[in-house]
Design a protein around this ligand. Structure first.
Ligand code: ZN
Length: 315
């Protein structure tokens, strides 16, 4: 039997570095304050999205994973594996690194590691990010951090709208001020902070740093990229952004009508530009800017209509 699309209700998180563009650009109804993150498709315990429509309305995405696993085909694992976010960085995010699955399992109570990637939705003309670092060993890294010699340690790259960055565990990174990003990541919330610009948190104290875990996790062999320009070809509107052992991410441009086969266990879809609609055997859904859904295993083909850009991901 065909299954309708799973429409998730985004969850918003206040952040020290957040802004108001989730409201002004995406027209989300966000709480007051500095809202840095929209968790658009998430079954993580720190933000488990409610289903907005259809037979599963009122359930959470994690409940669907546990109780209606047929929706996710043969996707393995004890939790929904991906988390799709939009980040609005009005200030700089801390310099941070994430663990891989093995380190997180042992040191973070069985959490997943965090492999992530960023698609730059928009940015200020002079915006940059931090991706990668220059120390060749644990000792050199510790010395540069101790001395606060960030210029010698960090690899900083100018960014542009439409850039894409893959961030493997062990890669030092930070999104900087003036940047809107769509993030596709493993369903994990483990972040080790190396430097936080000596900022004070909501409680008036500096936010915690995690130097020992960071030193453990940094990949000292990794070569830092010089640019996020997308070089893969666009074929019939579709550009592969990255495919690895945890997820595949594509950008899809719809101009008029476009049908995408849905032959994955499930597919996450986000509308990052424009508006349109999507039809399946179960009916038609409007897709305003900033809408997100999960196409289940049995959704059948997705017939898009309109003028829009999508980011699609699956495992
Ligand atoms: Zn990160």
């Amino acid at each position: 039997m065909a299954q309708d699309l799973i429409i998730t209700k985004p969850i918003f998180h206040d952040k020290i570095w957040g802004g108001r563009r989730l409201e002004s650009v995406f027209h989300y109804d966000i709480p007051a304050g500095k809202i840095g993150e929209c968790w658009a498709i998430s079954a993580h315990p720190h933000g488990d999205c409610l289903i907005e429509e259809g037979p599963y309305k009122g359930s959470t995405l994690s409940q669907l994973w546990d109780e209606h696993h047929e929706l996710f085909g043969a996707a393995a694992g004890d939790r929904f594996p991906l988390l799709i976010k939009i980040l609005d960085a009005d200030g700089d995010l801390s310099i941070q690194v994430h663990p891989d699955d093995e380190y997180a399992r042992v040191h973070e109570h069985g959490s997943l590691g965090k492999k992530e990637c960023w698609y730059v939705l928009d940015c200020d003309p002079d915006a940059t990010i931090i991706i990668g670092q220059k120390a060749k060993s644990r000792e050199e890294f510790a010395k540069l951090v101790e001395a606060g010699d960030w210029g010698d340690l960090l690899n900083e790259v100018p960014i542009h709208k439409g850039d894409f960055f893959q961030i493997n565990p062990g890669t030092l990174h930070a999104i900087k001020a003036g940047t809107l990003v769509l993030e596709t990541q493993q369903s994990s919330d483990v972040t080790y902070r190396v430097y936080d610009y000596d900022r004070l948190g909501a409680d008036g104290k500096p936010r915690e740093l995690h130097l020992e875990q960071s030193t453990d996790c940094v990949d000292y062999q990794m070569k830092a990229p010089a640019s996020g320009a997308v070089t893969n070809p666009e074929v019939d509107g579709v550009t592969l952004l990255n495919s690895n052992d945890r997820y595949t991410v594509e950008r899809v441009r719809v101009s008029g009508e476009k049908t995408l086969p849905q032959d994955h266990d499930f597919m996450c879809v986000s509308v990052i530009e424009g508006v349109g609609s999507v039809s399946t055997a179960c009916g038609t859904h409007d897709l305003p800017l900033g809408s997100h859904f999960v196409a289940p295993a049995q959704s059948g083909d997705l017939a898009f209509s309109g003028d829009m850009t999508l980011i699609c991901s699956w495992v």
